[in-house]
Design a protein around this ligand. Sequence first.
Ligand SMILES: NC(=O)c1ccc[n+]([C@@H]2O[C@H](COP(=O)([O-])OP(=O)(O)OC[C@H]3O[C@@H](n4cnc5c(N)ncnc54)[C@H](O)[C@@H]3O)[C@@H](O)[C@H]2O)c1
Length: 252
Amino acid sequence: MNLSLTGKKAVVTGGGRGLCRSIAQAYLDAGAEVVIVGSSARTEEAAKEMASHHRPAAAVIGDLSEPECIPEIYAECLRILGGRIDILVNGAGSQFRCPAETFPYEQWERILKLNLSAAFRMSQLAGRDMLAQGCGRIINIASMTSFFGSEQIPAYSASKGGIAQLTKALSNEWAKRGVLVNAIAPGYMKTSLTETIKTTNPSQYEQITQRIPAGRWGTGEDLQGISLLLASDAASYITGAVIPVDGGYLGK
Ligand SMILES: NC(=O)c1ccc[n+]([C@@H]2O[C@H](COP(=O)([O-])OP(=O)(O)OC[C@H]3O[C@@H](n4cnc5c(N)ncnc54)[C@H](O)[C@@H]3O)[C@@H](O)[C@H]2O)c1
């Protein structure tokens, strides 16, 4: 079984922090050349920190929620990688919490643009290059809300439901031509996206923890194995899958 990524070139959006930083790190450790994309200057620092332990990592800073910026962001990633891309992880994401009846429309649009439309556009651009070279891997970051709707995050839930279906739709079109498309659906993970729940709503935090069969929230490290597998030659017959990494949450 070959899990090495030596010689592979990867773009990880959202790779500057949180879950996708762990994924980008796993790819670097497995021998890939990695470019991370993020919206803040912190992304560059993150690339330097990651690179200091292993091989070079590069950063591209840009706003993926602005559709007109995406071709430029992708072109810059490709330039850094010398004109080839083997792996794309669509991980950049955000959420906004508010009851549906007062949910601000501009937040709906922002979240759909970042979580869903940017993943489509990046996949389309990378997909063209991968199809031309006859191989490639696209890994989308889905969520538990790809399987069920969660209260007070209607835009996030809709975007992640969309990510699951986009994964299958692209896989159906591209798998025969060597481009495999899968999604990882993390459960409740400890990151900046979720850290406020513990302080603002301790009883909800406790309820969630009780419901997780593994008895704890997940971490970025918990996603490294599956991310590596899906990007590697060992996963050449896995496509169109939305794979939960949730400590058993969905099974309960
Ligand atoms: N934390 C969880 O419990 C959890 C659960 C399921 C799915 N996810 C998903 O995992 C992914 C990563 O989440 P996280 O918890 O690590 O969040 P995070 O907030 O720590 O990281 C989000 C990343 O997205 C990038 N980003 C945000 N807005 C951007 C923009 N406009 N343009 C470019 N990049 C932008 C940020 O720079 C950052 O690197 C997201 O897609 C999220 O929906 C998280």
